[in-house]
Design a protein around this ligand. Structure first.
Ligand code: F6R
Length: 242
């Protein structure tokens, strides 16, 4: 695990965008695993800026997002389908047919999840998987548990995740209680992993991810076993790290 220190959120975003850009330049038809949430917004903005300057071309890029709330239509403004269009896809020359997000609108969880897993496997898994980290150490929606998850599956969100995500909804009761998420094994199959973290609230999770025991109690800790994992975190998120 390589840890890159960033000054602040803007610096973290620029460093992360540089790593993603390098991947796109080195392999224009690369497969990117993408994340939603607050942390990657600045990274996506930076990628859009470089695209607008003519430095990046998404024409052949494919993307697979980590997760989606169960029960939301693709057009729901809280859905991750919508988030990705708003924050990245609508602003670059990516082919919409090359973008993939688990189908939260399919109530058949087994069908939706196994179709997604097969699709990610069929393209040989992401060249680069971007991850945020939850305050409780979750990655995707893989919450602390007594075992590591495998493929894409349906999860019940924990109270701490519902509370953390409620900032984006009118009321905590509006936050969906379930989500479809890539499993830990699927995430670990990516050839490179890039974790981004910003802010004091992430300090404990970042410490546990990088220096704690490898345990499903902190799902992100498994990334210590990945052979090509880069963490880009700002000073605030690194306050507990040596
Ligand atoms: C989002 C995702 C989540 C977030 C995590 C951090 O697709 O998979 O694991 O990365 O909850 O969220 P933020 O960035 O909002 O702090």
């Amino acid at each position: 695990m390589k840890i890159l220190r960033a000054k602040d959120y803007a610096d973290m975003s620029r460093k992360a965008a540089n790593i993603i850009s390098a991947q796109i330049i080195l392999r224009p038809d690369c497969v990117l695993g993408l994340a939603t949430g607050s942390t990657p917004v600045g990274t996506y903005q930076q990628l859009i800026e470089w695209y607008q300057k003519g430095d990046l071309d998404f024409a052949q890029v494919s993307t697979y997002n980590l997760d989606e709330y169960r029960g939301l239509s693709h057009d729901d403004s809280q859905s991750y389908h919508h988030f990705m269009r708003e924050n990245l896809f609508d602003h670059v020359n990516i082919d919409a047919a090359h973008t993939h997000v688990p189908d939260g609108s399919n109530p058949d969880a087994d069908a939706a999840c196994s179709a997604y897993d097969q699709a990610v496997a069929a393209v040989g898994y992401p060249d680069l998987q971007l991850l945020g980290i939850g305050n409780n150490g979750h990655i995707g929606f893989n919450e602390p548990d007594d075992h590591f998850s495998k493929g894409t599956h349906c999860v019940d969100l924990t109270e701490s995740t519902i509370q953390a995500n409620s900032r984006l909804f009118a009321h905590a009761d509006d936050v969906p209680r379930q989500a479809y998420t890539m499993g830990t094994q699927t995430i670990m199959a990516a050839r490179q992993i890039l974790v981004i973290a910003s802010g004091k609230k992430k300090a404990q999770a970042v410490y546990d991810m990088c220096y704690g025991p490898v345990t499903p109690a902190c799902p992100a800790s498994i990334l210590q076993l990945h052979t090509n994992c880069v963490v880009v975190a700002d000073e605030a998120a690194l306050t507990m790290c040596p």
